[in-house]
Write a protein that binds this ligand. Structure first.
Ligand SMILES: Nc1nc2c(ncn2[C@@H]2O[C@H](COP(=O)(O)OP(=O)(O)O)[C@@H](O)[C@H]2O)c(=O)[nH]1
Ligand SMILES: [Mg+2]
Length: 204
């Protein structure tokens, strides 16, 4: 993907705040601090279009970024951070579930997992939601710079088993080395192209 332009559009917590559903949309989901914002920044070749943080759990808005004037990338609030106040935790479920279940132009969710961790119940629940809503999913296993190739292979097997995924449903990534950037884009573009084909078939 050749990036000519990437810009912040808006943020919000409910459909009334969201931009019009006029472009295909790719949303990024995962635990707080897993590396969602870093992944988006690398995908769009920008150091800090999306704010990254070492104090997790702060971003509680859904943030929209327009790429090349034709594709929306969406940074969803992260889940699973213990120190978030209960009131904020309670808002998370309805906010994200409303987004996932009502966003008509949502073409793909990139679910991000840390290569060093066993996926949590929340990670599994997120994948179940996405499947229930028929949202195409790409799982990106990130922070791969932090482990050896052997450890990566071991963890990939654990992640695949825990999540019920086949290995071709996962892509490996590092925001530090930028390994996997092109593969992630290619997989996203393949999913969006498949969505278009399906749409055309149902229009006929
Ligand atoms: N070593 C390494 N650190 C990363 C990677 N991705 C993110 N981080 C770091 O992890 C922290 C959280 O990243 P961020 O993108 O803000 O996570 P988010 O909460 O999911 O959006 C930051 O300190 C990042 O610099 C990666 O691939 N490798
Ligand atoms: Mg973030």
């Amino acid at each position: 993907m050749n990036i000519t332009n990437a810009e912040f559009v808006t943020s919000g917590t409910r459909p009334a705040h969201f931009p019009p559903a006029e472009f295909p949309e790719v949303a990024f989901a995962g635990r707080s601090n897993v590396g969602k914002s870093s992944l988006i920044n690398i995908l769009v070749n920008r150091k800090s279009l999306v704010r990254t943080s070492s104090t997790p759990g702060r971003t509680q808005l859904i943030n929209f970024f327009l790429v090349n004037g034709s594709l929306m990338l969406v940074d969803l609030p992260g889940y699973g951070f213990a120190k978030v106040p209960l009131a904020v935790k309670k808002e998370w479920g309805p906010m994200v579930e409303t987004y996932l279940s009502t966003r008509t132009n949502l073409g793909c969710v990139v679910l991000i997992l840390d290569v060093r961790r066993i996926p949590t119940e929340e990670d599994q629940l997120m994948l179940q939601w996405l499947r229930a809503y028929n949202v195409p999913v790409l799982v990106v296993v990130t922070k791969c710079d932090k482990v050896s190739k052997n450890e990566r292979a071991r963890q990939a097997a654990v992640i695949a088993r825990t999540m019920g995924l086949s290995s071709d449903e996962m892509a490996f990534f590092s925001a530090l080395s930028k390994e996997g950037r092109d593969v992630v884009w290619a997989k996203i573009e393949a999913i969006l192209a498949a969505n278009r084909d399906e749409q055309e078939e149902s229009d006929e």
